[in-house]
Each structure stands twice: as C-alpha cells, then as structure tokens.
Ligand binder design. Structure first.
Ligand code: GTQ
Length: 360
C-alpha cells in the first residue's frame, strides 16, 4: 500500500499529455497527500531571551515603532524560513515599544494575542479600552477590532505576539485597514472588561455576537494566584504538572476562536512523562529554569535548557517532556480550538520509563 507505482515511458507520456489540461494522476502523489500520521515541515526550536534581546534592542535604534508600524522580530521556524510562521498555522514575534512610542491603530481579520515578556506599564488599546500590561499578562486583540499600542512608561516593553496569520491566509479570508489616526479614542476605563466579564459576574442582559472572550487582559497576578492555590491539592498530571486553560467566561470555551492558550506550573524537581498532540505548540517561559526534551521526526533528540522569557516551539505530533529545576511556569498557545472544533485534535501520552523515539 505504501509504494508509488513505477513510471514507464507510456505513463510519463500520458502524464505530460493530461498535464496540458491541468490534470494530474493521483496515484503518483497519493502517499505524500494522505499520511499515516502528521509529518510537519516545522522543526522544534528554542530562542533564548538572552540571545534575542540585544537584537530586539538594536531594532529600537534602527527604526521607530511608528515607521515600522509594528516593530517586531518574527520568530521564524527553522523548517519554515521566509514564511513568517512558527508553526504551520501560527505566527509569533517579539514586539518592542520604547517609552513615548506609539504603534499606530489598525485592524485585521487575524486574531492576535500578546504575552508580556519584559517591561511594565505600556498599553494595548482594544475597542476603546486601554489595557495596561505587566509581565505574564495574556492580552487579546479579537479579529477585526481596532488596536494600537503605546508606551507611557519609562522602560522598554517587549511582548510576544501570537497571531493566526498563516491559518487565515490558507483560507484566503484576510482583510486589514488602517485607522485614520495613530491612536483610537479611549471610551472606557482601564480594567473595565476584566471587571465586567472576568470576575465570575456578568452585567445583566449582556449579549454579544463575538466569539472571542470579552475579557481582553487576563492578568498574571490572578493566573499565578490560581496556580499557587491549586497546587496545594497536589493533583499533578503526569504529562503537564498543573495546567490551566484560558477560557471565555461566556461559554467556557477557549478565550480565542482560533488560538488556544494555557498556563502551567511544574513544581521544583517535577519531571513529566512524554506527551504529544496534533497541535504544534509555542511555549513562553514565565518563571523558573528547566529543560524540555523533544524528539524530532528523524528520531533525534533536542534538549532545550530554558529560563525566564525564553520561547520554544514543539511542532505537531513530536514527543516531548519537561523537567523543572525550580518552580516553573510556562505559558503556551496552539491552534487547538480549530482542531477540536473540526474533530481533528488528537493527543498521546507516553509511559514512565522512556521517551518513545521517532514516530513509532
Ligand atoms: O500588533 O497588530 O507581530 O498586526 C504582526 C502583525 C503584530 C499587531 C504582529 C500585527 C501585529
């Protein structure tokens, strides 16, 4: 069943003939089209913040946020160079805003998340509300909402952008436009959406057509407190430690329709057992040191020793496991909501003894 039929002069002549009519024989390509299991062109990768930060700061001397529109270093998957992708479906980058700068307002059909890496006090304005950001905060820019970023603090601010650009591009469903002015008018106080929708309460009669969470900023202080309180129950998942999913309080679904977001705690000394899933996943380290071991498609093992602010990507269906040297907190995101809705998402848990190798 795995072999492609042999080529013969007659067959080749026939392929050439039908090729002129934009036709091609399926049997020549079938085994590359219908795979037994995922074979992502993406590779596992690790960006140490200490290596990347000098380049980010250097970008700040070369171009302003306004001229760049978004001054971002794209985290390019080494297996997908030149495509502005960190996985096959997702984009990620590190964005720098210096004190006093503004990244002008625009909107697009791609959904975006910001995960704050360094600095404190800059804002993202979404739909008339300024969200002041601090490290570890998860901030959402829903599809087609006006957004601009600014830094009224005295320090540089760096955050990771995660967008569904490749996915929306695959669907040829993208639109974008610029706002007439750099900044949008602010009509609601900071923290309004969190107070309204993120406190286990909801304004009576509230209705929305949006499929994105109405909470724009999930502050790290609350997330960390939840993890810290929950750890006392000592209910550790062997593959994930203690892993929480960000939710839309309206329906308990993912906070964003196309991107799933998670925060997990691995207590000091914890070693997970191997795990893999079909959603290629981007990790950003918030706290602690440790390592992640990933087995790539060729069976080769990659060990990433990580620390705070590092980024990693584990592509679809590759076995990986984590070890924490300190209490470690990892943020992650993937296209899981899309795969789940389409009935495609799968996961597999390894065993205690060993890292399953290759693609058994
Ligand atoms: O902040 O709106 O990294 O539109 C890439 C595209 C950030 C943004 C990116 C964008 C943005």
């Amino acid at each position: 069943m795995d072999t492609t039929p042999t080529r013969t002069p007659e067959r080749d002549a026939y392929y050439k003939k039908i090729g002129a009519s934009n036709l091609a024989p399926l049997w020549e390509v079938l085994h590359g089209l219908i795979l037994k299991e995922p074979r992502s062109p993406a590779l596992p990768a690790h960006w140490r913040y200490g290596d990347v930060r000098p380049y980010i700061m250097e970008a700040g001397t070369l171009i302003t946020a306004k001229e760049a529109e978004r001054r971002v270093l794209v985290l390019e998957n080494p297996g997908l160079r030149g495509q502005s992708k960190i996985t096959n479906t997702l984009y990620a980058g590190l964005q720098l805003i210096l004190p006093g700068e503004v990244a002008p307002a625009h909107r697009h059909s791609q959904s975006a998340l910001r995960f704050i890496v360094e600095g404190k006090g800059a804002f993202t304005a979404v739909d008339g509300e300024k969200s002041i950001m601090a490290p570890g905060d998860f901030v959402i820019t829903p599809s087609w909402t006006w957004h601009d970023h600014g830094n009224e603090s005295r320090e540089p601010m760096v955050w990771m952008d995660g967008l569904d650009v490749p996915l929306v591009g695959l669907l040829d469903a993208q639109f974008a436009e610029a706002y007439p002015t750099d900044s949008q008018p602010v009509g609601r106080p900071s923290g309004d959406s969190l107070a309204r929708y993120g406190s286990g309460l909801m304004p009576v009669g509230y209705e929305t057509k949006s499929i994105t969470s109405p909470v724009f900023n999930y502050p790290y202080t609350r997330t960390r407190e939840a993890l810290e309180t929950m750890r006392k129950a000592e209910e550790w998942d062997t593959c994930h430690g203690l892993k929480l999913r960000y939710v839309n309080p309206l329906d308990g679904g993912f906070a964003m329709p196309t991107i799933g977001t998670f925060m997990q705690l691995l207590p000091k000394g914890f070693k997970t057992i191997p795990y893999r899933s079909t959603d290629g996943t981007v990790f950003s380290v918030v706290e602690g040191k440790g390592r992640t071991v990933v087995t790539d498609a060729t069976g080769k093992t990659h060990t990433y020793d990580w620390g705070p602010r590092d980024t990693m990507v584990v592509p679809s269906w590759l076995w990986h496991r984590h070890e924490a040297d300190d209490d470690a907190v990892l943020f992650s995101f993937s296209d899981r909501p899309v795969q789940s809705k389409l009935g495609l998402w799968r996961e597999m848990r390894g065993n205690e003894q060993s890292m399953p190798s290759g693609r058994a």
